[in-house]
Design a protein around this ligand. Structure first.
Ligand code: ATP
Ligand code: MG
Length: 233
């Protein structure tokens, strides 16, 4: 469904990505791991069309999206929960959820306000509240709910549980496991290797802008020493 091949990108004249390779099949959960500053967010920005690729290729659902603008990538069915959440602070929870809602690809059982509220009851109690006044955890739930309301074929989460209280983290992992059981394709960046191992089919590790390791959860255990050096946990 998503294939990133030999991707290169950077900021201004500074190269950051040198050789990113990643493949995700429909219905799979794939992690993107690596220490701080290794290029995880930059990879996601490049896939989303927010940053121009300097070389390499990204294909999604059979089409080349390497040169697509963010709007086009979204329209093809990639939904993003960005690092830092980026909800609309001066809109209400409800307005945030419906602002970008769409079912362009005609999902048979589309996400609705009531389904998102079922997934995250905390949001239901706060439909009329300004999103900027939500707690960090509630904002993350809102960001996930907002992305789901676009009925994405692929959901990308950059730092799914970063900086959240343990009880909220547990809720987010439960939600992601539920989405996986419904065959939602997910690309996820996070640091909780134990949860990632349970959730994901495959793992991709990057170091200084290069894919340096790929494998499944059993491979991750087998190469634990090497993985530890790359991920620094
Ligand atoms: N807007 C920017 N302009 C210039 N350099 C940037 C910009 N954003 C990121 N970088 C640099 O690109 C490199 C990769 O950053 P990136 O945010 O992709 O890392 P990351 O793997 O997501 O890290 P983290 O785990 O801390 O989120 C870093 O050296 C960073 O300083
Ligand atoms: Mg990042």
């Amino acid at each position: 469904m998503l294939r990133i091949e030999r991707l290169q990108a950077g900021y201004g004249t500074t190269p950051v990505l040198f050789d990113i390779n990643l493949a995700l099949e429909e219905g799979q959960v794939v992690t993107l791991m690596g220490r701080n500053g290794m290029g995880k967010t930059t990879t996601i920005r490049t896939v989303m069309g927010q940053l121009r690729a300097r070389a390499g290729r990204t294909t999604f659902a059979g089409s080349d999206i390497t040169a697509c603008a963010p709007e086009q990538v979204a329209r093809r069915g990639v939904g993003l929960v960005p690092e830092g959440r980026r909800i609309f602070p001066t809109l209400t929870v409800r307005e945030n959820l419906i602002a970008t809602a769409a079912n362009r690809l005609g999902a048979p059982r589309p996400w609705t306000l009531s389904r998102v509220t079922e997934l995250f009851p905390r949001l239901g109690e706060r439909h009329g509240q300004m999103a900027g006044t939500l707690s960090g955890g509630e904002q993350q739930m809102l960001a996930i709910g907002r992305a789901l309301m676009t009925n994405p074929r692929l959901l990308i989460l950059d730092e799914a549980t970063e900086g959240l209280a343990p009880v909220i983290r547990t809720e987010i992992w439960a939600c992601l496991n539920l989405l996986k059981s419904e065959r939602q394709s997910i690309l996820i960046v996070d640091k909780n290797i134990r949860e990632l191992k349970r959730l994901a089919d495959r793992h991709v590790i990057i170091e200084k802008g290069r894919t340096v390791w790929q494998g499944n959860s059993a491979d991750l255990d087998r190469d634990a020493g090497q993985v530890q050096r790359y991920v620094g946990l």
